[in-house]
Design a binder for this molecule. Sequence first.
Ligand code: XMP
Ligand code: MG
Length: 181
Amino acid sequence: MYEDIEKVLFDEEDISRAADDMASCINNDYRGCRPVIIGVLKGSFIFLADLVRRLEIDFMVDFIKASSYGGNTESSGKVKITSDISVDIRGRDVIIVEDILDTGYTLSYITEYLKGFSPHSVKICTLFDKPGRRTVPIKPDYAGIVIDDMFIVGYGLDYNEKYRGMPYVGVPKTQSNKTKE
Ligand code: XMP
Ligand code: MG
């Protein structure tokens, strides 16, 4: 089915281990709290589903959708919220859940945006982190797997909306026309 994948980088076991580690940190850090977990659409939906099933704490789930615009293959740095949260986060502990932290434009914009609602705290949880690509100085509080500068797909991550359902993560053969959302 996925014959146009050049290389599998992380299989289901690798991803599961990363999710276990991140969930156990969150379970420790938020004991007795009821954080609002905000998934960044669309890429985070599979990771978020796997992460919350490992949580032993009470929590709420919400989503936000953002897109970077102005550029075609690279992040332009201009981010806009295209679908807003629906939960009141004032005074709440917020955990933003993202698929991948790349230049940092998206998550720094979302973090600042959410801080405008006066939450008690905001932390970032990302399954993948590409620190070598960072343009904005932002560090995740929970990062699953650190990768080099390469375009990856699968497990929620797409190339032109393809591969999101792939249970493992790999590099597509045609990564020259990559688009971002
Ligand atoms: P920035 O650069 O703002 O970008 O940190 C974060 C968003 O860009 C997308 N992105 C990717 N999507 N494979 C993908 O499928 C990748 O390797 C990749 N790198 C960045 C992603 O949507 C993320 O939310
Ligand atoms: Mg994304």
